[in-house]
Structure formats: C-alpha cells, structure tokens
Design a protein around this ligand. Structure first.
Ligand SMILES: *Cc1c(COP(=O)(O)O)cnc(C)c1O
Length: 362
C-alpha cells in the first residue's frame, strides 16, 4: 500500500473558517456574517480594487517572478533595500520556505503550544522534531523558549501578536531572548497583525534583520490590507537569507493580480487607518459586551479576540452558525472551551453579541 512519509501521518488537514457559501448551502440561512478568519471587515481598499480591474487584461501573462515593483514599493515604505524582501503566496508560503530551506529530518524546531498552527505543519512536513514550549497566560514564554534551544535547534517561530490568543511579547522580552539565541539558529517573527498593534512596548524587529542576525520577519496583505483572497505575504531578512529562500521558492508564487493589488493597497493609507480605527472601537465594544455578559476573554493586540466559554467551543460555534454567525472553534489549538472571533463592523459585532446572547440563554 502506498503510504506518505511517516511525519505526514500525524498532520491534520488545516481547518479554515467555514466560507459563507458553505453555511448558506448547508443550513439554508441567507443572512450570514463571517467572523472566523481575521479578514478585514471593511473589504479590500478601493484603490486595490481599481488595480485589480486594471490588471485583468494582463492575466494571460506570467507574473513578474521577482515582483520587482511590489518589492520596490515595500522596500521604500520600510526604509530598506529590495534585497531584504522575499514574497510569498501568503506569508504562510514564506513560513514553509523557511522550513524547507533550513530544516532537515531530525532537526529541532521550537514554537509555543497554542501558537499559530502553521509552525507545526511545516515542522512535520520537514520530518523535524517539534519542541513545543508552554505559554504563560496565553503568551509566548520567550525565556523558556530560549532555554529549550539545543545543538539540534534550527528554527524558532514566534507569532507576535499570536493567533489565536491575541497576545504579544514585549520589546524587552525580545531583546533578552535575542541575547540568548546562538548564531546558528534562525528566529522567525510572524507579524501578520503588525499594523494593528498600538502598544509602545511592541518590539520593532527590523533592526535585528539589519544587524545581520539570523532573523526573518513575516508580514502579510491578508489582514489589515484586506487581500486574503489574493494570497500575498512577504518576509524581511538579510540578503543572504533571502537568496537561500529564493532557491526553494516556486518561480511564480505570487499572482500578477495579487502583486498589482498589493502595490495599490500599500499606498492606500486612508484605508489602513480606517481599518485600524474601526478595529479599536470594535474591540472596545466587544470587551464591554463580554464584561456585561460575565464572559472571560484574552486581551488582544490583533483584529480578533479569544473568548472563554466554560463549555465546548465547537458546540457554541455550531449554535452560532444557526444564528448566521461564523466564529472559529479553537480546540485544535488546545483550547476546547473557547472560540476566536474576528472583530467585525459595528453591525456585525452587534449581530454577534445578540446571537451569543440567544445561544447562551439556551
Ligand atoms: C493570518 C495569519 C498569517 C497569514 O497568513 P497568509 O498566508 O499571509 O494569509 C500568518 N500568521 C498568523 C499568525 C496569522 O494569523
């Protein structure tokens, strides 16, 4: 019988948030909101939509495999040179490139229990040993992660802020951690929610890259930029690291439409600002509502909140589905009695709270 390699046997296929269409089909409900995948509830930037329409006449052509113009724009906005950038089919693609390029069977990869699930996926993909370090108060314990480093450690993944807990590590914690990481270990800071964070103790990690540390930052156009459907993410790293990642990258991993849209979205600072402001007010509204309902939650630096329920998150998510609200159960992350809810528009947040009230009165 044909069998996959042993490390693949333990991988569970990634469970995404249910698409609205699927719920409509399965439950016959028409009025549905999706607060399950941390997408931007305002939709794509209008400038990006314009760029998408303009690019459609060109889709018979392969995209620019080096994404020259997008890299130039990103480099300018970050104040670095374009050789520091690697583009991915979503930032998940970059995370996988890192594992493929640097992690061999038997190597160790460190990440936190309750961290973003893709770290475990790419570790298994490369037949490496996962060293899973417990969190403290739903937060990465960087000091314990540094203590877990051995001669076999190749890569350390840190989600900052983390999905699904929404917590972040601070600049001081990161500096102390980086003092302890040896030269032959690659540190990956996954900053998918970077643009949402407004805390002054959030670490600015670009200097680690520019100092020539073995450090890669990943960011994405999927979250605040509202382009999740186009799959564009990127990594920021020293040029030699980027050169290595480029060897394993598929030549045309970022679509022509995606590149055009990302360039436009990057310039639409008004849309980003509006998205950030709406997220902040939506978060305050939801915290308040949860407090009133006596529900515990984890304070979030992202565009989503992990909500403790004291009962099965899957059951509550299923019940909410019938009320037309899609949220994400996070049992797979080790939180069976919690869900993760994306902060929506004000009407969406109100609909969610109303539905949660209906469901919890049952
Ligand atoms: C959403 C998310 C990503 C981004 O995924 P893309 O592949 O860029 O869409 C990466 N890391 C974390 C922690 C996320 O929540």
């Amino acid at each position: 019988m044909l069998k996959p390699k042993p490390s693949i046997d333990t991988i569970q296929p990634y469970q995404g948030g249910k698409p609205i269409e699927e719920v409509r089909r399965e439950l016959g409900i028409t009025d549905i909101i999706k607060l399950a995948s941390n997408e931007n509830p305002l939709g794509p930037s209008p400038l990006a939509m314009e760029a998408i329409s303009e690019s459609v006449t060109q889709v018979h052509l392969y995209p620019d495999g080096n994404a020259y113009y997008l890299k130039e724009d990103l480099a300018a906005s970050l104040g670095i040179s374009a050789e520091h950038l690697i583009l991915g089919n979503g930032s998940n693609d970059v995370l996988q490139l890192v594992a493929e390029a640097y992690v061999a069977p038997g190597d160790e990869v460190i990440y936190a229990a309750g961290a973003f699930v893709v770290y475990s996926l790419v570790t298994k993909l490369c037949s490496a040993t996962a060293v899973v370090v417990p969190m403290v108060e739903h937060t990465h314990d960087l000091s314990a992660m540094a203590s877990a480093i051995t001669d076999k450690t190749k890569v350390i993944f840190v989600a900052n802020p983390n999905n699904p807990t929404g917590t972040m590590v601070t600049a001081d914690e990161t500096a102390a951690f980086m003092e302890r990481v040896p030269d032959d270990v690659l540190v990956v800071f996954d900053e998918a929610y970077y643009e949402y964070v407004d805390r002054s103790d959030y670490p600015q990690t670009l200097p680690y890259v520019l100092e020539g540390r073995n450090f890669i930052i990943t960011r994405t156009f999927s979250k605040i930029y509202g382009l999740a459907g186009l799959r564009i993410g990127y990594g920021i790293a020293s040029p030699p690291l980027v050169e290595t990642l480029n060897r394993v990258r598929q030549p045309f991993n970022c679509s022509l439409v995606g590149q055009a849209a990302a360039q436009a979205a990057l310039k639409d600072t008004a849309h980003v600002t509006k998205s950030r402001e709406q997220n902040a007010s939506g978060k305050a509204f939801l915290y308040d509502a949860f407090d009133n309902m006596g529900l515990r939650y984890v304070e979030s630096e992202g565009n989503f909140i992990m909500l403790h329920l004291g009962q099965s998150g899957t059951d509550v998510a299923d019940a909410l589905l019938k009320e037309g609200v899609i949220v994400r159960p996070i049992g797979g992350y080790g939180y069976p009695n919690a869900v993760r809810v994306t902060i929506g528009t004000q009407p969406e947040n109100e609909k969610f709270i109303k539905a949660l009230g209906v469901v919890s009165r049952r």
